[in-house]
Design a protein around this ligand. Structure first.
Ligand SMILES: Cc1cc2nc3c(=O)[nH]c(=O)nc-3n(C[C@H](O)[C@H](O)[C@H](O)COP(=O)(O)OP(=O)(O)OC[C@H]3O[C@@H](n4cnc5c(N)ncnc54)[C@H](O)[C@@H]3O)c2cc1C
Length: 382
């Protein structure tokens, strides 16, 4: 199966790249999805294989171990993974963690960690959310207080993607408990040999069952002061805000990949499935509904492509990225729900890819900023 639409930002080189990524995704990712769902995480080897192929940090300069491409290369990876029905490989979170470093890290931090993230020797994660602070990150209670040459981390995080396998975690913490948003900083925590750092159980989720989403606990964990992202305290909120366009465009790319897959699966199934002596596809309700889905998909694809272009040429802004995240994730859930209906009872069976898509989709409206928070951001710009 192929992604039916040729995005405007694709050129011949990117098409060759897409073919390579598609083969990798089929052989190394999609083929193992059932096992990963059972064990609740991907194999560590996958990270090294992806690193060796140069797809993990394709948009990071070669000077830092990346492949020297642009966001189009990453969009190809996210879309191919989504189209293949993958929801286990947390490469999006890994890339976001790397981009915090790329944009805000000191020279030393970039040279130390980016090559390891690019090769897959290190798996990256971002730890913002806490049991009492999700949308409202000003409420984080995790502290990182200076003590000599270290910061001492105390607190806990919840719902952290890649949490089980992560080697490098960007931790949101308060370096000044009396300064509100201005007291928030980002710390780079190496998880190996970090006494006091523990990973809780991998959380049981509605979907995305192959993704290692975890709780994290910090009990007097010492982080060298050199691992304060950017080297200046109190920059955490600014750094978080700067990366929102990148994060939210990624989620839009994932949504469009899944929407296109859902449509393809449903057209194929309804043409094969017979009821009352004819294919389900030949019933007017099916044809009209799928025609609507097709129209929505084409419009969504066009908008997503314009977002990819804007990210490539550096003109993407937070409001447009929030519109993309809001609209694409809502459409993803709506379209997949409509598609499930055409599978009848089989659409409720987890062995069917459409059912997996349904379960995986729901959280797209919640993480990376909820739909309501996206509306807040958009409304503020009006
Ligand atoms: C599978 C999964 C993976 C995740 N991965 C990560 C990760 O890697 N790193 C990480 O840090 N976090 C991660 N998260 C956490 C995720 O980002 C949060 O769950 C999300 O931001 C919402 O926060 P919350 O759960 O605390 O909900 P709350 O903030 O408590 O929100 C509850 C409800 O209130 C609404 N609400 C809140 N504020 C407003 C407002 N101002 N106006 C209107 N409505 C509002 C929300 O939209 C929501 O409907 C993940 C979550 C899941 C489920």
């Amino acid at each position: 199966m192929t992604i039916p639409h040729q995005p405007a930002w694709m050129d011949a080189d990117l098409q060759t790249y897409r073919d390579m990524v598609r083969r990798f995704v089929q052989e190394k990712v999609a083929a193992h999805e059932d096992r990963w769902r059972a064990q609740q995480h991907v194999d560590r080897e996958l990270w090294r294989e992806a690193g060796a192929l140069g797809v993990l940090l394709a948009d990071v300069p070669e000077a830092y171990g990346g492949s020297g491409g642009h966001y189009g290369h990453m969009a190809v990876l996210f879309e191919e993974l989504a189209y293949a029905g993958d929801s286990a490989f947390g490469v999006h979170v890994h890339a976001i963690a790397a981009h915090y470093l790329l944009r805000h890290g000191t020279n030393g931090q970039k040279h130390r960690y980016l090559p390891l993230l690019a090769s897959g020797e290190m798996v990256g994660a971002i730890a913002m959310s806490e049991p009492n602070a999700g949308s409202d990150l000003q409420g984080v209670r995790t502290t990182a207080l200076r003590d000599g040459d270290d910061y001492v981390l105390n607190g806990s995080k919840i719902f952290i993607s890649n949490g089980y396998l992560a080697d490098l975690i960007v931790v949101v913490a308060k370096t000044d408990t009396g300064a509100g948003a201005k007291g928030v900083s980002l710390l780079l925590l190496e998880t190996k040999n970090a006494p006091g750092f523990t990973v809780g159980r991998i959380l049981e989720k509605l979907g995305q069952k192959g993704q290692d989403t975890c709780e994290l606990f910090f009990d007097e964990v010492r982080v060298p002061a050199a691992n304060l992202l950017g080297g200046v305290e109190g920059q955490g909120f600014y750094q978080l805000m700067q990366e929102l366009p990148y994060e939210r465009t990624i989620l839009a790319n994932i949504s469009i990949g899944r929407i296109e897959r859902a449509l393809d699966l449903t057209v194929q199934y309804t043409k094969e499935r017979k009821a009352f002596g004819r294919a389900v596809f030949d019933m007017q309700n099916t044809r009209f509904k799928l025609a609507e889905v097709k129209a929505q998909t084409v419009v969504a694809r066009t908008f997503t492509d314009s977002c990819v272009e804007r990210l490539i040429n550096g003109t993407m802004d937070t409001v447009t990225a929030s519109i993309a995240k809001l609209w694409l994730s809502e459409l993803e859930c709506k379209v997949i729900d409509e598609c499930v209906q055409f599978f009848g009872g089989y659409g409720y069976m987890l062995e069917y890819p459409i059912t997996q898509l349904y379960a995986d989709a729901r959280v797209q409206r919640i993480y990376g900023g909820t739909s309501e928070i996206m509306k807040e951001i958009i409304a503020r710009s009006l």
